[in-house]
Ligand binder design. Sequence first.
Ligand code: ASP
Length: 523
Amino acid sequence: MRNLPLHYQILIALIAGTILGFLFNPGEIVLENLSLTISRSESGYQVIEEPVEQDPKTFPFKDRAELLARYPELKSVFGEGDLAQPVTVEVTRRSLHIVDTAKQVELNYQRSVDRKIIVSSYTAASGEELAKKYPQWAADYQTYGTGISQKVMAISKWVGDLFLRLLKMITIPLIVTSLITGIASLGNATRFGALFSRTILYYLSTSLLAIFTGIFVVNLIRPGIGAVLPGGSGSLSSGRESVGSIFLDMIDRLIPTNIIHSLGEGEFLSIISFSMLTGIFIILVGGKHAKVLTDIFQAGFEVMMRMTMFIISLAPIGVLAFMVYAVSSQGLEIFKTLAWYMVAVFLALLIHAVVILPCLLKFVAHRSPLEFARAMSPALMTAFSTASSNGTLPLTMSCVEENAKISNEVSSFVLPLGATVNMDGTALYEAVAVLFIAQAYTGVVMPLSDQLLVAITALLASIGAAGIPHAGLVMMAIVLQAVGLPLEAQGVIIAVDRVLDMCRTSVNVWSDACGCAVIERYR
Ligand code: ASP
């Protein structure tokens, strides 16, 4: 195994992890249907839970807030007056999924009321705490949450995280030394300007291409028409947040007020802009001092790169662990519900990754897309399993420089900036997901002008998203707000986000790497 080239080792780990993950996936726990009868009582409200095959149970509640905290599915009942009569609600397709992540236990409860899917998550530091905090789940946790599958999930997540910690440990020193050395070695500030503008042009054009591919596919497949999501249905409201303010906020983040704080907190945009300025001013100061500093950063860079190579040799273990966790912890039931939405995201990502970007490689960078993909494969597979562009950055840098033979000048600049700013996969995903939500929510396809607004905000959201797992999902709030869609509509798509995140992160890294090839050609 040790003598096998690294990309084969990682590939084997990826496949073995997927198989093991399926073997240890506990599957969905299907619960019986329930009738809930809500009525007023002397002390407030009461709910009678009536499962089909068991005795009914009655639960008292002081007020609405307490009742809705326990039964969010009853919100619609309370919307219509003050419960003069008892109301019965049928809760169907109930299922549970329990995920143990070594540091926390998560119980996801999915059910349908009136064809609307509702997903609630309950988390606690341990199984015992979960049972104490949410007594209604204590019995189910005892029965379903303590098996071998949960142990495997917890251990694989822990091992995977150790690998990611190693990568994160190296990322910031690597970015700082590499950016400063890369820019200082350009020798004059005009060359930096040219490199900078070409890079930004590449980022913007590929992200926009990705977004338009996504919009095209989602309009073609229309996965949201007929789908039902929480948050009800209605029309687009006007609570729109201005695109300008989002943009201004991003500019603010480019100027750190305290660089030590930014380094400590891992604020990528701030660190990158400060390192770039340092590189530029080393060039401008020139002479003896510039030589001393360039030598120091160069030496630092060489050491960090060697450390990176060592950490990368552990990638197969990390990838194996991540894949076991990712596959074993997925709730499979929800996949059926969201199948068309997922198909739309996959298809659009696929078109961007295997048609559009390879065309750029072939016709603009004059490189063989296949050979380039092979050179980048360790980074792409690591991005896939970790769902983190920032975490993968050390691998991306070493693949671009060592395997694809692209100069450090280009890679040190294009990759760290690209890991945060250039996220084609995320941009595309934002557009598809928001248009899907809009279709499900309004029942019709969004007007073109609104789709354009989605495109612009999706671009900004992707630029602002950090290269960490699920960042794209968090940033989606910006896009949803911009077109006045309810944030709770995100509730359901969270359930399948991990898989989509793995795919979009690989596309993000692939686009950064292709960017290096394109910029290298016009250096
Ligand atoms: N996980 C992605 C990345 O690291 C960001 C996202 O959530 O879309 O590139």
